[in-house]
Ligand binder design. Structure first.
Ligand SMILES: [Cu+2]
Length: 114
């Protein structure tokens, strides 16, 4: 489903203006989707991809119910703290939450280094 991926990217690019607060905990952090992949880039804000929110670029395996193909793409992380301790090349398992303004990474588990 390339469309889902493109939509996530568009959301990422247009949501720059509406990023005042980020809920860190609560029911909103329960993932809707789970995926696995390799970290390609960690971009704390501000970055070229987002002025105010942390972005993680992941080469991800197919995500059940969301994207049928393996691909590389950026995701907004729910908090910068989620990125701490991670490095480019790390293998991760992650959870995604479909929120009104973005497809958010809400959990990251490091599986192994490069
Ligand atoms: Cu994707």
């Amino acid at each position: 489903m390339r469309r889902a991926c493109a939509l996530a990217l568009v959301t990422l690019l247009v949501s720059t203006a509406s990023a005042a607060g980020q809920p860190a905990r609560g029911p909103q952090t329960a993932p809707d989707y789970r995926g696995r992949g390799v970290v390609l880039a960690l971009l704390p804000p501000p970055s070229d991809l987002h002025a105010t929110r942390p972005v993680i670029v992941i080469e991800h395996e197919p995500i059940a119910g969301l994207m049928d193909e393996r691909m590389s793409m950026p995701f907004i992380a729910a908090s910068t703290a989620l990125l701490s301790g991670l490095r480019k090349g790390d293998h991760i398992a992650f959870g995604l939450k479909d929120t009104p303004d973005a497809l958010l990474v809400v959990t990251i588990e490091r599986l192994s280094g490069p």
